[in-house]
Design a protein around this ligand. Structure first.
Ligand SMILES: Cc1cc2nc3c(=O)[nH]c(=O)nc-3n(C[C@H](O)[C@H](O)[C@H](O)COP(=O)(O)OP(=O)(O)OC[C@H]3O[C@@H](n4cnc5c(N)ncnc54)[C@H](O)[C@@H]3O)c2cc1C
Length: 451
């Protein structure tokens, strides 16, 4: 019996092999890599996930989880294997004051929609809320509250998972910590996240958002560092934006909570910062409105069709000491000139001591910066996309030679040696966890890790 026939017999109608389903499962937000699976399963319980992994493991059938589908480079695809589409497992449980348990296929939008009516929020949210819970937790999850609270993954109190070996287990920092720490920021290598219990904190009613503009990068980075260390704001991000024909200006985006009758003290919050005095914008928003700020961009890009164009994105984590030189070199590189027209460049600080998930790689030193080059390629031009991916690779190598690491949600080819370098001294322990929890090495091959 062929594998396809074997699968059809075992999973009968549950296995979706319709051409349009396979086409969708061979796509992601990146629109760069297309790997066609044999079929798609849409489990509704941990038992169904277990069934598949018990079948797939001994037969060596690749299995990838699809949550929100926002991978950039085929990370959630399973060529010749099975895609587990978790979107039907999107339940959000009862909201307690300090926690909520959510299924791995829920989006962060669905999580926030359930917690906000109770005046609660996860302490850290990604900028975009359409990504999946399991996808963000397995990447780590960066956002503007990261300089205070760490990763989105650092807010997880407990996980219910099915390992690659087909074991259904519950783990936490105290219960089976090896598994817990292999799953968070673990790129889906060891287990499928069935549910996650997330820490919640009170959500402010309103926030005041400040955008501070800088002509010079040096002063902007110095102020970003200062604001991260002093923790004046609850949210801190920033961008590089084109200015004039050739140049760039820089922006700090900072947010303070705004509860009750008293507005934030602008003078105290902005004291001593080096932005141009006329280059300040402030805006008061409801917390929910602020958390959903990227939704309008998504709507516009969907309307213009650009949401479905290729997205060769690159996210790097730069050490403080070389951040300025890397940012200058990349922004001056003709291979990234298109960033001036279609891209967004994020540049914001994080504190290493706050990022706790052991598998989350970061550069050395306490202060680091996310440098995200978010580009869109024209459709129907594979040569342009290939050139952009090659430019990503060159920028990665330049940054790495100056101490940077990748935030691994990129359109970036990574060889085995790159992954070993990425995990450094933690690689042997990660490889041991992989062999223990996914002994047939079937899970999440789309990330390109080889153990
Ligand atoms: C518009 C946009 C904005 C973004 N903004 C941010 C941001 O602000 N901060 C940030 O940190 N990231 C951001 N990202 C990156 C995003 O967090 C990652 O790409 C994330 O992995 C996407 O998750 P997904 O479920 O939507 O994607 P998918 O492609 O469905 O999944 C990605 C990978 O996650 C793993 N995975 C998914 N679900 C599970 C599960 N239940 N169990 C185990 N593994 C699982 C799998 O390995 C899969 O390959 C953004 C991406 C986009 C497209």
């Amino acid at each position: 019996m062929t594998l396809a026939a074997d699968l059809a017999t075992r999973f009968e109608q549950a296995l979706d092999t319709r051409p349009e389903t396979l086409r969708e499962a061979a796509q992601d937000f990146g629109h760069i890599v297309q790997e066609t699976p044999l079929g798609v399963l849409r489990p509704r319980s941990a038992a169904e996930i277990q069934d598949l992994l018990e079948f797939a493991g001994p037969r060596g059938v690749p299995v990838s989880v699809r949550g929100g589908g926002h991978s950039m480079y085929g990370q959630g695809q399973a060529g010749g294997g099975i895609v587990l589409d978790l979107r039907a497992m999107n339940r959000v449980g009862a909201v307690a004051d300090d926690r909520v348990t959510v299924q791995g296929g829920a989006s962060w939008r669905e999580v926030l929609a359930a917690t906000l009516p109770h005046g609660r929020t996860p302490p850290v949210l990604t900028d975009y809320l359409g990504a999946g819970v399991g996808g963000v937790l397995s990447a780590g999850g960066l956002g503007g509250a990261g300089h205070r609270h760490g990763l989105v993954a650092d807010q997880v109190l407990e996980l219910e998972v099915v390992t690659g070996a087909g074991e259904h287990r519950v783990c936490s920092p105290d219960r089976d910590p090896e598994l817990f720490h292999a799953v968070l920021a673990g790129l889906g290598q060891c287990a499928v996240i069935v549910t996650a219990t997330l820490r919640l904190v009170p959500a402010p009613a309103r926030v005041r958002r400040y955008c501070l503009y800088y002509a010079g990068l040096t002063r902007c980075l110095a102020d970003q560092r200062r604001l991260a260390e002093e923790q004046r704001f609850t949210y801190l991000e920033g961008q590089a934006r084109p200015a004039g024909e050739q140049g760039w200006q820089y922006m700090i985006e900072a947010v303070a909570p705004h509860d009750g009758p008293c507005p934030p003290d602008d003078a105290a919050l902005l004291d001593g910062l080096g932005h141009g005095p006329a280059a300040l914008e402030t805006e008061d928003l409801g917390y929910g409105e602020f958390a959903h700020r990227v939704d309008t961009d998504e709507e516009v890009l969907r309307e213009t069709g650009q949401w479905l164009y290729p997205h060769p994105w690159l996210n790097l984590l730069l050490p403080h000491d070389s951040a300025e030189s890397v940012v200058r070199a990349v922004l001056a590189d003709p291979a990234f000139r298109d960033l001036r027209e279609t891209g967004v460049v994020l540049l914001y600080p994080l504190l290493s001591g706050r990022l706790r998930a052991p598998l989350f790689s970061r550069p050395s030193g306490e202060v680091l910066y996310l440098f995200a080059l978010l580009r869109t390629a024209p459709p129907g031009s594979p040569e342009t996309v290939a050139a952009m991916v090659a430019a990503n690779r060159a920028a990665y190598e330049l940054a790495r030679s100056r101490g940077a690491v990748a935030y691994p949600v990129n359109a970036l080819p990574m060889a085995d040696a790159d992954w070993r370098d990425h995990y450094g001294s933690r690689h042997p322990a990660f490889a041991a966890a992989k062999r223990r929890f996914d002994p047939h090495l079937v899970l999440a091959r789309g990330h390109g890790l080889r153990f």
